[in-house]
Ligand binder design. Structure first.
Ligand code: TTP
Ligand code: MG
Length: 374
């Protein structure tokens, strides 16, 4: 029997800023673009700000209308990445089978505990450990697979623990809106709602063949996911050839700030995933899909492999600029890194290339030597 734990930090960027700035305590805090310029979006906000209806990806101008007395702060991605790395070190001490789910979340296979009581114990210990070490709260979900565990971690935020046993999974999911399921984005949600399906329970009782005829292969997945059936396989990315992430905008856009902000987030995610596996990359590719579905790739290969987020973002920004000249709106963007090397091998390569004493340099210094494009 598999037992999977999913841990997700509470209002991550905002929580880190609150920790660093005690004067923000108790106030509504919104991390994102500068409301004075009105363009751009909210990255995240703390829980007091959420009571005004503010949420991630909302235009910052709308957030400002909803919450004019809030504190508005620009994101500091390098800081959040640093904290994320420390958190991941803590998470990893609770399971040898581990997978990062993004900058502030991870899946752990804790089947070794044997039963759900002990799993709850692990969840409590992990939460306490994270708080004591980093003064940040997280929410934890425990379930029979990654899908249920992820929904469970979101169920009692902030600072919650939700344990869902295999036999309770379908009933647990049933009252939730379909959007809560992994793989149901805004467009799938819209299509399901048009069919009169708004809750997971309605999806459970829908005819899976009818779903397949509308959604293709995804239809079968949707039905299984609604019933609480999911993967128990985590980690184990052997011989990774590439790491990539892409996102579709909720509505097509030509807003360069919004596009670059999402590009930044994708870069942070990619670097996170690369570092989790001690990988560094040499080739960076961006994908841009316009509103008419015309799709283009553009790549750049660095002289030496790196896992530096700043370098990655500079390359991505440079590659993106020509796409902003087009009159069409952008529907989807993606970032992919290939030519992956194990960090230690790359250090050796760099070390051989440079003088012997330079090969004694620390990781950080080596990273700083990574080529920069302007
Ligand atoms: P989430 O875990 O989705 O959100 P959160 O941690 O802020 O809040 P919650 O308590 O609900 O988990 O995302 C993690 C971080 O990723 C978030 O703090 C900021 C960033 N992010 C963006 O920059 N843009 C986005 O649209 C989203 C969803 C997140
Ligand atoms: Mg979170």
């Amino acid at each position: 029997m598999a037992i999977i734990l999913h841990v997700d930090m509470d209002c991550f960027f905002a929580a880190v800023e609150e920790r660093e700035n005690p004067e923000y305590a108790g106030k509504s805090l919104i991390i994102g673009a500068d409301p004075a310029f009105s363009r751009g979006v909210v990255s995240t906000c703390n829980y007091p700000a959420r009571t005004f209806g503010v949420h991630s990806a909302m235009p910052i101008s709308k957030a400002y209308r909803l919450c004019p007395d809030g504190i508005y702060v620009r994101p500091r991605f390098e800081l959040y990445s640093k904290v994320s790395r420390k958190l991941k070190m803590i998470f990893k001490t609770y399971a040898s089978v581990y997978e990062s789910g993004g900058i502030d979340e991870a899946y752990l296979d804790i089947s070794y505990v044997g039963d759900y009581e002990r799993a709850l114990d692990v969840a409590r210990r992990l939460q306490k450990h994270v708080f004591e070490a980093e003064k940040l709260t997280c929410s934890v979900g425990v379930g029979p697979n990654t899908l249920v565990a992820k929904v469970a971690s979101d169920f009692q935020k902030p600072n919650g623990i939700t344990v869902v046993r295999e036999e309770d999974a379908a009933a647990f999911l049933a009252p939730l809106p379909v959007r809560k399921l992994l793989g149901v984005g805004p467009r799938t949600e819209e299509k399901l709602n048009e069919l009169g399906i708004t809750t997971v329970g309605q999806l459970q009782t829908s005819d899976s063949r009818a779903l397949s005829s509308i959604f293709g292969k995804h239809g079968r997945y949707l039905h299984a996911a609604a019933c609480g059936i999911g993967s128990t396989h985590i980690g184990g990315h052997h011989d990774v050839k590439s790491i990539g992430a892409q996102r579709t905008f909720f509505s097509d856009t030509r807003d360069t700030e919004k596009i670059l902000s999402l590009m930044g987030k994708l870069c942070a995610e990619l670097v996170e995933q690369a570092r989790d596996q001690s990988l560094c990359f040499k080739t960076v590719t961006i994908v841009v899909r316009y509103e008419d579905f015309a799709t283009f790739n553009k790549s750049f290969t660095l002289k030496f492999a790196t896992d530096d987020e700043g370098v990655l973002f500079r390359v991505v920004r440079k590659l993106s600029i020509p796409f902003f000249q087009d009159s069409r709106k952008i529907r989807l963007i993606g970032v992919r890194v290939t030519q992956l090397y194990k960090m230690e091998e790359e250090q050796e390569r760099l070390g051989n290339w440079m003088s012997n004493d330079m090969s004694e340099m620390s990781n950080r210094k080596l990273r700083a030597l990574a080529p920069r494009i302007r």
